[in-house]
Each structure stands twice: as C-alpha cells, then as structure tokens.
Write a protein that binds this ligand. Structure first.
Ligand SMILES: *[C@@H]1O[C@H](CO)[C@@H](O)[C@H](O)[C@H]1NC(C)=O
Ligand SMILES: *[C@@H]1O[C@H](CO)[C@@H](O)[C@H](O)[C@H]1NC(C)=O
Length: 572
C-alpha cells in the first residue's frame, strides 16, 4: 500500500468512529438532538460502502467518502438518498455539516455530514457476456434440451466476467491481553484455538469437512480459489487493552468502529514486526475476541484495489466457514440475499438458500449471486425467445453439479420495472452440502437487478417450487412451472401470457393463458369446444329436423311389417 493510501485509510478509520458509535452503542442520543445545522455545501470524493451485520439479523451500512483533499469523511443520509452509491464511485454529495455538541464530539470524534442529495458516477463497470449458445460443447449440450412450442430450440447463454480468481486472504486472530497476562477487562481469551480456525478455512486441513476454501472452490467450480497456497491463517496476535495506532486511539473497553479499526491496524503492525508481508494478501479478515463487539461480521461491499480490503468476524464465528465466506462475499461485491415475507416486507437476510442470507448454513451463493461472480453460465430467455402465448420447456441441472445451470429471464426486454427472474434447481450436495434439506430438489425462484460482476445490488428469493408448483409474475405476465425432477436435473416450463384462449390458440395447442394446459385439457378450450359443439349441434338440429322426421316416417313404414314377417319365417 502506498503512503498516501495508508494515510487515507487512517483518516478513514477516524471518520468511521462517529457513525459506528452512534449506531452500535448509543442509539438515538439526546445529545444529537441539540446539534446545530449549517448551510448546504457540496463535498466530492470516492465512496466506500461497509456492511455491518449484528446478531439477531440487525444490520446497517456505513458510507465513507475519501475526499479530494485526502481526508476521509463518513456521511449519513436519510433513507434512500445514498441508495445508488457503490464502493469506488466518484460522488458529489450535497448536505450540511452537523456540528455536534461538545459532549457528542468527545464521544464520536469527528463531525458528521448529513447528505440531502448525491450525484455519482464511475466505479468498476462490467457487463455480462452473452453468447449465442453455439460455442463450447457443454453449452450446446445443455441448451439443446430446450423446446419452444414443441420444437427444439437453443436459448442464448449468459455469464459474467469472473470476480476474482485468486481469493488470497490473510486471516488474523487476535486476543486482548493486559499487563498481568490475563484477558483485558470486558473481554475474554479467544475460545477457538487457531488450529480450529485453520480447519474452518482450509480444505487441505479438513478434507471431509466444509471450509471457507471448499465453499469457494466447489461453489465456483474451481474458478475462485482460497487455498493454503494463496492464503494464510496468521498466528494469534496479542494486543494490549488499549493503544494508539496510526494516530487513532482504540480500546477494548468499548467497540466503536474506531476501536475495531484500531485493533486491525495494531494487529497489522504486530504481524509486520514478525516479518509477515501483508501485501501478499488482497483480503484481510480479522477475528475479534469475546468483547463488547456484538457483531457477526462486517466487510466492505466491494474492493476495487485502491484501499485495503478488510472484514471482521465476531467472537462466536471464528470457526464458522459461512460467516467468513459471507464477509468475503461482500468484498467480492455481493450484497445481501433478501427475501420477501407474506406482508410484502423485504427481509434483508431472508434468503436462506444463499451464503449472503443469514448465518450459518454452509451453502453456495444463491444462483443470482453465483452468476454475478462469474461462476455460473445460465440459459437466457428474452422477448424474442419468449413470445406471448408460447411455452418454452427447459432442463435445469442442479447448481451444485453443473456450472452451466439455471435460467435468467430478461424481463427488462419487454417490461420496465420488473427485475430479471432467475430459476435454479438446488440440491444439498457438493458446495451446497449444507443447504437445508427442505430446499433440496426444489426449483427456486429469484429476482435480481444485477447486470454485472461489480453491481452490488441485493437479490430477492421468492421461494422453492416442488414438482407441479408454479409461480407467476403478473406485471411481466410470466408463469413458470416445475414440471418434474430426476436426480440432479429438473424440467421446467416458462410461459408468457398472450391473453385469453381462443378457438385458434386451442386448435394450435398453444397455451395463450399460461395455465399449463393446451387443447381440450384446458378447461377454457374444453368450454370453447363444448360451446362450439352445442352451437353446431343446435344448428344441425334446426337444419335437419324436417328431413329427420321424414326419414323416420319413411323408415318406420318398411320396418313396421318386419315383425310380422318373422313369425311367418320361423313358422316355416
Ligand atoms: C489502558 O490499558 C491499561 C493497561 O491495561 C490500563 O491501565 C488503562 O487504564 C487503560 N486506559 C484506558 C484509557 O482504557
Ligand atoms: C436484457 O434486456 C435489455 C433490454 O432489451 C438489454 O439492454 C440487456 O442487454 C439484456 N441483458 C442481457 C444480459 O442480455
């Protein structure tokens, strides 16, 4: 790291202090309500976003601006104002300095900046790669099982550029030890030995278990690797009960951002003194001992290489591959895996099928996010390949067994405001060994607005479909069905509503209303057919009535004598 970026990092750490303290320890403070606000000004700089996960699924985000004059400033905004900001973006933020009272300043250190509007641009950009589905033998094989209107059909394939090949990480466990050799006040010695941390990290150290390494290696199909060759679990670092590092004071008697940033700075310093070359590792994960820090973990959402990429893991999660893989996922530009509850409310960590949902099942990222990372190549449908009233049938291999799996439906190609839909079969095996068994064998439905590797927007899980189940997105007129499964693959249908069934759609065996039925199997078609038959019958009754009567009369006459002839015959 350059001296300049070290300096920025230091200032940044100072800037973090206030916000973290406010949110994590004090909550709404009466002191803050006595703040004075000054006039509107605009500050410019580069953004960094930090995700903070507390126990009990509570969470928040910090926004840091590395200002053009070299200082770093933590900014706060009313809900939504900074929603579009991403790590690495150039930002112009208009707002006002909040001059805290002397008491608040003493507690929080830096003045706060309240943002009322922002403009932002730049940051790492990327685009998914779309292929015609004709190159690469595995692509053709999987895509060729699709049919449209019963005819073989080859959907496009879509993938993202790989987020990171070498997930080179140093994991730094540390303890807080006083001059008496005992744990510092309000801390305890680490409960998890470093040897156990190694077993949670490296596949090489734990061949049959699930580790951070095995999760990344298996879920990415070897594309993003964390191994003992590129990563290190450092020996336990012993820190004093308090100190000042890079001009920032920190203590274990509280846990503001200033403090745990200070622990990280102090741990780095201690390791450097032991000859560890920290710059060998792109990612640094700090394991925090039992203390007043109540978090599961925190990490930068996206690291563009211009600042040290850090994550912190709480005391209860040192040996949790899921917690560590989750925070590293943030560093790789992943946001949280949301779900939506029955009241329509978004649950930040509610997608338990993905590692970016709440801790600690050991499962892969949700398919939306595995696709974002460049790990999965998906079949893709759009308006051209999914015309209204046409049914496409596809086979999906399980995400756990085939890197070409899943389907992306690019709804934005025909309707605004509906995020693309993703479908994937999940099975509890390989990287997904720890996926809850009730999700295994289901085709899961997700939506995600993400358009590239570096697009850190959350994904949304709608649920899993058992065989026979369907899911409808009314605005896009989209209906998907899980038709059947066998082992690691599932047959699905995707249909885009073209309107009510008509005599023509019924006759053509087209499923215009996407109810999964065609021809007379569809009650609407059966009704239309029955109505038509009644009409025809009625019309023919009216037409044929006179002739029928005549015929009957005509027939009746010659047949009438017959019985009379029989007895005469038998009499012979
Ligand atoms: C810092 O740690 C020392 C040694 O444990 C302790 O005596 C001192 O009170 C601490 N200072 C603060 C400000 O916490
Ligand atoms: C999805 O459709 C939109 C609108 O037609 C298009 O701009 C975009 O490139 C498509 N995305 C992919 C990945 O094909």
């Amino acid at each position: 790291m350059t001296e300049m970026s070290e300096r920025i990092a230091r200032q940044h750490q100072r800037a973090l202090c206030g916000f973290a303290l406010l949110l994590m320890l004090l909550g709404p403070s009466p002191v803050l309500s006595r703040q004075l606000q000054t006039q509107q000004v605009t500050i410019a700089g580069k953004a960094r976003i930090i995700s903070i996960t507390l126990e009990g699924k509570r969470h928040f985000k910090n926004i840091i601006l590395d200002l053009d004059d070299g200082r770093a400033q933590l900014v706060e905004a009313k809900a939504g104002v900074c929603r579009t900001l991403r790590s690495g973006m150039r930002v112009q933020a208009t707002g006002s300095w909040v001059v805290a009272s002397a008491a608040a300043r003493a507690a929080t250190g830096t003045p706060r900046f309240l943002v009322t509007s922002v403009t932002a641009s730049g940051g790492l950009q990327g685009k998914p790669i779309v292929t015609a589905g004709s190159s690469g033998s595995d692509m053709v094989a999987a895509a060729s099982t699709a049919t449209m209107g019963g005819q073989p059909f080859r959907p496009a394939l879509v993938a993202n550029y790989l987020a990171q090949r070498d997930l080179s990480t140093i994991i730094i466990p540390f303890a807080a030890i006083g001059a008496d050799g005992k744990a510092c006040p309000s801390t305890q010695l680490p409960q998890v030995p470093v040897s156990q941390v190694k077993q949670a990290i490296f596949q090489e150290a734990n061949r049959d278990g699930i580790t951070v390494g095995s999760l990344y290696n298996q879920c990415s199909y070897g594309k993003t690797r964390l191994t003992s060759l590129n990563s290190l679990v450092a020996p336990l670092v012993k820190l004093p009960c308090n100190g000042t590092t890079n001009d920032v004071a920190w203590t274990f008697s509280k846990c503001d951002f200033d403090d745990f940033n200070g622990y990280a700075d102090a741990a780095d310093e201690a390791l450097r003194a032991q000859g560890v070359v920290l710059e060998r590792y792109k990612y640094r994960v700090y394991l925090v001992p039992p203390s007043t820090c109540g978090f599961v973990g925190l990490g930068y959402i996206g690291c563009d290489g211009s600042y040290t990429c850090r994550a912190w893991i709480g005391a209860g999660f040192w040996a949790s591959p899921a917690a560590i893989a989750h925070e590293l996922g943030h560093n790789l530009f992943l946001n949280h895996a949301n779900s939506i509850n029955t009241e329509g409310v978004i649950e930040e960590y509610g997608d338990m099928t993905g590692i970016m949902g709440y801790c600690c099942d050991t499962r892969c990222p949700s398919p939306t996010q595995a696709w974002q990372l460049g790990w999965l190549t998906m079949q893709q449908l759009d308006r051209a390949s999914l015309p209204p009233g046409q049914t496409v049938q596809l086979t999906l291999d399980s995400q756990a067994v085939n890197p070409q799996s899943g389907l992306r439906i690019n709804t934005t190609s025909w309707v605004a405001g509906v995020d693309p839909v993703f479908l994937a079969l999940r099975t509890s095996e390989r990287g997904d060994k720890g996926l809850a068994s009730w999700y295994s064998g289901q085709v899961h439905v997700y939506q995600s607005p993400v358009t590239s590797t570096y697009d850190p927007r959350p994904s949304l899980w709608h649920g899993g479909l058992n065989v026979g189940d369907s899911w409808t997105e009314p605005t896009a007129g989209l209906v998907v069905r899980h038709l059947g499964s066998s082992g690691d693959s599932a047959a699905i249908s995707v249909c885009c509503i073209g309107g009510a069934e008509t005599a023509a759609s019924c006759a053509a065996l087209r499923d215009n209303d996407c109810n999964g039925l065609v021809g007379n199997a569809d009650p609407t078609c059966a009704f239309l057919a029955a109505a038509k038959a009644r009409q025809v019958a009625a019309a023919s009754r009216i037409r044929r009535k006179p002739s029928k009567v005549i015929t009957n009369t005509a027939l009746a006459r010659p047949t009438t004598p017959a019985p009379k002839r029989r007895p005469s015959k038998s009499a012979r």
